[in-house]
Design a protein around this ligand. Structure first.
Ligand code: FE2
Ligand code: FE2
Length: 282
């Protein structure tokens, strides 16, 4: 159980008072058991924002990656250079799969690359030591990577625009690599999502099942709520209301509509988790 904790959002699409915004997500989780960098943003402002908030990236104990999209892994080389030396980088074994975003333009389908923008060998040359997990994994006492999340809800369906490439053909990305960070505190679970491609309710159900704790102290990060249709969004938020929940500080791929629905549903328990957002327990 984690009793002392400070989480600072270092990369996000929007900015609070200081810092710079970029499409992506990264948060620094500081605990007595170590400091964990959860995702690394898109590659532009991780180091600048860490400095702006007085955070020393040399203090990072482990780097944890939510999934293989470039807006979460684009700052990985920068993070490794700032950290210096060898460091464990935890991720799912499918991290480096070729990922693309499909879009319709003038009646044609275009694909934009969205995978990890570095070769594994390059990241290893900078000190990254990859540790891959499929399963729920304790990375420090009371701090877990979710591993693969069972898809249990009928409403959190895959996003057909998010694709993987195998040979010359594209298929909907199953996002087996999508994992969240689950921290067991005396207030309940603190869950950090990357993009929550597995679905926020699937992730929460999995975290609750694995920890035996159903109180949600805080939800932080990208939820992908606002981009997959109103019905899906409403169904996820309706189920979220069933949990004892203290704080929703979602951002990134939550989108304006998702953020508005969360604010309407949870009132002051919702805050936008922009760059500089801080959540602390002590
Ligand atoms: Fe994202
Ligand atoms: Fe993503």
């Amino acid at each position: 159980m984690v009793k002392k904790l400070e989480i600072t959002v270092l990369c996000e699409n929007m900015v609070g008072r200081i810092g710079s915004g970029e499409h992506g997500f990264a948060a620094l989780v500081q605990t007595p058991m170590g400091n964990f960098l959860f995702d690394t943003g898109g590659g532009k402002f991780l180091a600048d924002n860490a400095a702006a908030f007085g955070k020393d990236l040399r203090s990072v104990t482990k780097i944890l990656l939510s999934h293989g999209h470039d807006d979460h892994t684009g700052g990985l080389a920068l993070a490794l250079r700032c950290r210096g030396g060898e460091i464990e980088v935890h991720a799912h074994p499918e991290l480096f799969r070729e990922r693309w975003l499909a879009s319709e333009q003038g009646g044609e389908t275009h694909h934009t690359f969205k995978g990890v923008p570095f070769r594994r060998e390059y990241l290893e040359s900078l000190g990254g030591r990859f540790v891959f997990n499929h399963e729920f994994l304790e990375v420090a006492e009371g701090i877990y990577l979710s591993g693969e999340v069972p898809r249990l809800t009928p409403f959190e369906t895959p996003d057909p625009r998010q694709q993987i490439k195998e040979g010359e053909s594209f298929a909907t990305d199953p996002f087996r690599d999508d994992q969240s960070l689950v921290i067991v505190t005396d207030q309940g679970l603190v869950i950090l999502f990357g993009c929550a491609h597995a679905g926020i309710i699937n992730i929460i159900r999995h975290a609750v099942a694995r920890t035996g704790e159903n109180r949600l102290a805080a939800l932080i990060g990208g939820t992908h709520l606002g981009f997959l249709g109103k019905e899906r969004m409403a169904a996820s938020v309706a189920e979220l209301k069933n949990y004892p929940l203290q704080c929703v500080a979602c951002s990134h791929c939550t989108g304006l509509e998702g953020a508005l629905l969360l604010r309407e549903t949870f009132g002051n328990r919702f805050q936008y988790g922009a760059v500089g957002f801080r959540y602390a327990l002590d």
